[in-house]
Design a protein around this ligand. Structure first.
Ligand SMILES: [Zn+2]
Length: 261
């Protein structure tokens, strides 16, 4: 069983913790490393995970809030950093053995029984990777910093037990904010971030048992607004507090009607 705990999410730094297995056989995977190595290690220990149990870090993209520069020199003896081949940035690990870094273009296995299926999406110039992570008895979809939801994302994520998805902004708050117009345009362009409504529509189409909302804007959103469009169990992540642990449910078969819808 996969278990998920979002340690922090937002423009101040993103890091989510996944574990698989129990006791001394527990292995952990991080999605994004946007907190300093020191803060990450402290939060791992507070979550009952030893840093040497982290076997993989999956990077959605290399914006500063998803990859803290401190990781370039961190001790990663037990850990492999995975990124899409189009993101492979040799400059991030100067003078370091390349074996720390692993690139993927299709499915890969970041940790023993965990299978990862990447989906590439639009986000600024470089794009972003979303991940579906499966074990025999759980399935998680994880997508953040995506400009828009695509048919491919809906089809790969269809029927996951849990969906973690960005719910960045309320369009009205965005438009009424004091932000410069170019920034509003970038965020809402379809290559920026996902609104509450877009996240809710995607969650409904995917039909996950539990939805975890990621990367809420401090200026242009509230947890209540982000939550409002969802039915069923919703967990809202925060920049400052880790979420509760979520046991990720198994995938369920999508009906033909759902697949067509
Ligand atoms: Zn971000």
């Amino acid at each position: 069983m996969l278990r998920l705990r979002v340690l922090a999410s937002g423009s101040g730094g993103n890091c989510s913790l996944l574990t698989v297995g129990a006791g001394h056989r527990t292995r952990a995977v991080l999605i994004d490393a946007g907190l300093s190595p020191r803060r990450t290690r402290r939060m791992l220990v507070e979550s009952g995970v030893r840093p040497d149990q982290v076997v993989a870090i999956l990077i959605t993209h290399f914006d500063r809030d998803h990859f803290h520069p401190g990781w370039a020199n961190a001790d990663l003896a037990h850990t492999r950093v995975w990124c899409h081949e189009q993101h492979d940035p040799p400059s991030l690990f100067p003078g370091r053995d390349r074996p720390v870094l692993r690139t993927f273009s299709g499915c890969f296995e970041p940790a023993g029984p965990v299978r990862a299926t990447p989906v590439r999406l639009a986000h600024d110039a470089e794009g972003v990777t979303a991940f579906r992570l499966d074990t025999d008895d759980s399935a998680l979809g994880f997508a953040t910093d995506l400009g828009r939801v695509t048919p491919e994302l809906l089809s790969v994520f269809g029927g996951v037990g849990a969906l973690a998805i960005e719910s960045n902004y309320c369009p009205r708050m965005q438009l009424e904010s004091a932000r410069p117009e170019f920034l509003k345009a970038r965020i809402m362009s379809g290559r920026g971030h996902l609104s509450n409504d877009e996240a809710a529509l995607a969650a409904r189409a995917i039909g996950a048992g539990t939805v975890v909302l990621l990367h809420l804007s401090r200026q242009c959103n509230t947890p209540e607004l982000a939550r409002a469009g969802h039915r069923g169990r919703v967990i809202v992540s925060s920049q400052h507090e880790p979420t509760e642990w979520l046991t990720v449910e198994p995938a369920r078969a999508m009906s033909a009607a759902e697949m067509i819808a």
